[in-house]
Design a binder for this molecule. Structure first.
Ligand code: PLP
Length: 454
């Protein structure tokens, strides 16, 4: 039964305002919170009676869509066997072992091991520690700092927050605990640097390395496609050049694939698009399609070897109770069965072309500045004026409100969050979203822009 009635809804929302502290909390955002009651495929049914298309797959994570009971069965089966069994030193459990093997089987061929976490930020914390550990085992004690890019989102725990390149996430939480050098993003629509945005943005990383000293820098962290910062797809020159620079200066390349992993871009992992191998990969979200919290860090065989060859007194003292949680890993295994068995990665590639072609058709609207995407992750950047590219501010929120009224839940990244970009409508629908629903997303965005800008 979906309908919980007006009284119960009102009581729940009041309790929400009283008791719950939300991510990015501000009471103003919770005057009328949207309460989801149930979901099926790309649709959510809301307590206000709306059925909406969930065009961001929850928080970029519900790859297989809502309501797949098989994942509940996988969790129940595992709980029926053993709900928790530690994967700490000297112990292990079957789902964690099998999921690690499974992920290594679909990941980059140079990967040599998986450490499980419970989410994206925790994965990036781990990634930074793997990088430091790797260098310290080699006697390179000062290689501790990180390069990260403008517009990056890497999570909000302390070190991940320092790497995040969106100023709003830092404002009230200083001082920074991790020294981060900020590089420009390869952002073709707003590139003002030297050269083409791919080579130019990579060369800017090299300039930072030369200025700050390669012997002080452990790694660069990069989302293959910047997600929360506005779905910024790099030109094909960027990652191959970045890889060369990392090799030349002995800097590790951490791919933050928390959004892009597990088929979102039409490949299992997104650096495959450019034939580049990372040293470390952070993942989360799509590994369980968000049905249970799980993430992880994958490391290259070379990094893995530094763990395996370490003397006992230098062992890798990084840990979490829920690393390799058997129920989460069992759900991850079933989720990957579904993604693979139903051909969702190939489907994301094909359907992405359809979605992006549809969005390209919006360019006749004067406030549509840029359209970009790869696979089933895409964005429409709004401007005040196509010729000057002056960023739109406030329009995106109005478009999202109009879209909701028309049955489309739409994520607007407010341009006000950063001086160098405009409101951007971000899309990452579930991988099996039917063609007709993808077309409806495009039509609804057009109608909503017309209503909001008109
Ligand atoms: N990295 C990327 C690229 C993300 O998009 C996110 C979350 O959206 C994170 C890390 C943080 O993940 P979590 O919210 O699970 O900590």
């Amino acid at each position: 039964m979906d309908d919980i009635g007006a009284d119960r809804t009102a009581a729940l929302l009041e309790a929400d305002r009283r008791s719950l502290i939300h991510p990015l909390h501000h009471p103003k955002d919770h005057e009328q919170p949207r309460l989801a009651l149930s979901g099926e495929g790309p649709f959510l049914r809301m307590a206000d009676g709306h059925e909406v298309i969930d065009s961001l797959s929850g928080a970029w994570n519900v790859h297989i869509g809502h309501g797949r009971r098989e994942l509940g069965e996988a969790a129940a089966d595992q709980i029926g066997k053993v709900a928790f069994a530690s994967a700490y030193a000297g112990s292990s459990n079957e789902p964690a072992i099998r999921l690690a093997e499974r992920i290594l089987g679909i990941a980059y061929p140079n990967m040599g091991g998986v450490y499980f976490t419970t989410g994206g930020a925790e994965s990036n914390e781990g990634a930074f520690k793997f990088a430091r550990y790797y260098w310290q085992r080699r006697g390179r004690m000062d290689k501790t700092r990180i390069i990260a890019r403008q517009f990056a989102y890497h999570g909000t725990t302390m070190a991940a927050m320092c790497a995040t390149g969106l100023p709003g996430y830092h404002r009230m939480f200083g001082p920074a605990t991790l020294e981060v050098f900020r590089a420009p993003a390869p952002y073709p629509y707003r590139w003002t640097g030297n050269g083409d945005p791919g080579t130019g943005a990579a060369d800017a990383v090299e300039a930072i390395i030369e200025r700050e000293g390669a012997d002080r820098i452990a790694a660069i962290i990069a989302e293959p496609v910047i997600g929360s910062g506005g779905v910024i797809v790099p030109p094909p020159t960027y990652f191959p050049r970045l890889r060369e620079i990392c090799d030349k200066h002995e800097i590790l390349l951490i791919a933050d694939e928390v959004i892009t992993g597990f088929g979102r871009t039409g490949k299992w992992f997104a650096l495959e698009h450019w034939g580049v191998l990372p040293d470390i990969v952070s993942f989360a979200k799509g590994v369980t399609s968000g049905y249970l919290p799980l993430g992880g860090v994958m490391v290259s065989k070379a990094i893995r070897a530094t763990l395996d060859e370490a003397p006992a007194e230098e062992k890798f003292m990084h840990a979490a109770t829920y690393s390799g949680h058997p129920v989460c890993c069992a759900v991850g295994l079933r989720n990957l069965d579904i993604i693979e068995g139903e051909g969702m990665v190939e489907r994301a590639a094909a359907m992405g072309k359809r979605l992006i072609a549809g969005l390209e058709g919006l360019r006749d609207l004067p406030v549509v500045g840029d359209v970009r995407g790869v696979g089933l992750i895409a964005a429409v950047e709004l401007v005040e004026d196509q010729a000057t590219r002056r960023p739109a501010r406030g329009l995106g929120a109005r478009v999202a409100a109009e879209a909701y009224a028309r049955g489309l839940m739409l994520r607007n990244r407010p341009g006000s969050a950063d001086p160098d970009s405009g409101d951007t409508l971000c899309l990452a629908p579930p991988l099996p979203t039917p063609e007709a629903v993808l077309d409806r997303i495009v039509e609804t965005i057009r109608a909503s822009i017309l209503a909001a800008a008109g």
